[in-house]
Design a binder for this molecule. Structure first.
Ligand SMILES: Cc1ncc(COP(=O)(O)O)c(C=O)c1O
Length: 402
């Protein structure tokens, strides 16, 4: 086993040295080792990739499609992705110049931060949030301006946006995710229009992560790209909509002048997306445009079950419009340190949850329902028993304290 010469690791990029691996993944690994645990930590669909998408991948391999592909994506993938955005959300993007495919939205986030930000630039990120945006911006030497949304039902309000833009007039970008991870909260068309009216007055990019767009339950998904196409860099992909997290396929849609720059970074990092993945993605966005329908119906049932279970337990949560998460407030009678509490619940109740602080919001836990209804029922029983036991340990607690 080679040892690094004379602690050479101290000479690496100091920003990278200070960047920690994902707390969420680490905790997930730790909990997986607990016998009989029900994992509600997971941020990926429990469904299988649709059969016709798998068949397209196999056919691509069999056809010996094994040479370097086009860097921005195959013509068929880009055409089908453009049709998907048009048919599902009424968005107009030219597949030749205004779309790019990436190794999941995750690579798209990095490409975007690298393309937009010089060291020292500011990027506004409402909290809580998917942690990759901030980590990618930081690795690029930029500064994150966090904006709390906990007092506004986890939505950025036009008033708060106006205030933060007044304080940070040179901010290059704002990251918005709808529906969001970890809250499941989505912006309505009216709310988007109100934010767009403010953002239009500033030279700022809107980085809009809409990877959960197909998983909205009460109303059609509303896109920032519809309200503000000239400023928006839109992310979507097949990870959540088509249960294809392991394929690693995302798309970025933006004005041509931005896509051409993003494409340079994408090409530098990847040369190209694997051909087999692009073939599967073309099938998912094309013939599989409506594949999410049956999964959406199932998630909706699970959400309804958890709403009634959490209500019975007296838990407070923000109503999730989409994705597959609940963001639940930690009751006063429980341990308030999210990591300690997650470990306690994993050990004593055998349910795996993710502390909200991993997403930048203490005092909450993220509960994923990307697992079967049967498993959710077991988890709900265990959580309910755990809460009763904890309450019993503190006889002074009444329902009014919760
Ligand atoms: C909001 C959000 N964006 C992006 C991703 C990652 O997407 P991908 O699998 O396409 O990299 C996730 C995964 O959990 C997410 O929650």
């Amino acid at each position: 086993m080679p040892q690094v010469r004379k602690n050479l690791e101290r000479l690496t990029n100091t920003v990278v040295q200070g960047t920690k691996p994902s707390m969420i993944l680490a905790l997930n690994q730790e909990f997986k080792g607990i016998d009989d645990i029900v994992m509600l930590t997971i941020g990926e669909p429990d469904f299988n990739t649709p059969e016709h998408v798998k068949a397209a991948a196999v056919a691509d391999i069999q056809a010996d499609d094994s040479h370097y592909g086009l860097s921005k994506g195959t013509a068929l993938l880009l055409k089908n992705a453009a049709s998907f955005l048009k048919d599902r959300y009424g968005l107009d993007y030219d597949p030749k110049t205004e779309l790019l495919t990436t190794i999941g939205v995750t690579e798209g986030i990095f490409d975007t931060m690298k393309t937009l930000l010089n060291p020292g630039d500011e990027v506004i990120i409402p909290q809580p949030t998917f942690p990759v945006y901030g980590a990618a911006a930081t690795v690029c030497g930029a500064k994150v301006v966090p904006v709390p949304t906990v007092d506004d039902d986890f939505l950025l309000t036009p008033a708060r946006l106006t205030a933060v833009l007044a304080e940070h007039p040179k901010a290059k970008a704002i990251v918005l995710a709808s529906p969001g991870n970890p809250t499941g909260v989505a912006y309505s068309e009216t709310q988007i229009a109100a934010l767009a009216a403010v953002l239009k007055q500033h030279d700022i990019f809107v980085v809009s992560d809409e990877i959960y767009s197909e998983l909205t339950y009460d109303r059609p998904h509303a896109s920032f790209a519809k309200a503000l196409p000239e400023q928006t860099i839109l992310f979507n992909g097949v990870s959540k909509s088509h249960a294809m997290t392991g394929y690693r396929l995302g798309i970025i849609a933006a004005p041509a002048a931005i896509i051409s720059q993003l494409a340079v970074i994408h090409e530098l990092i990847t040369t190209t997306q694997p051909n087999v993945v692009m073939a599967a993605g073309a099938e998912a966005f094309g013939p599989g445009e409506n594949d999410a329908e049956s999964m959406r119906a199932e998630y909706k049932k699970r959400r309804a079950f958890l709403i009634s279970a959490f209500d019975q337990m007296g838990l407070h949560y923000v109503y999730p419009d989409g994705a597959f998460y609940f963001f639940v407030k930690i009751p006063d009678y429980l341990e308030q340190d999210g990591f300690k509490l997650a470990r306690q619940i994993a050990k004593e109740a055998k349910v795996g949850l993710t502390p909200g602080v991993a997403f930048g919001q203490a005092g909450y836990m993220r509960i994923s329902y990307a697992t079967s209804l049967a498993q959710l029922k077991v988890a709900a029983q265990r959580l309910s028993a755990f809460l009763k036991m904890q309450k019993a340990k503190q006889p002074s607690v009444t329902d009014a304290d919760m």
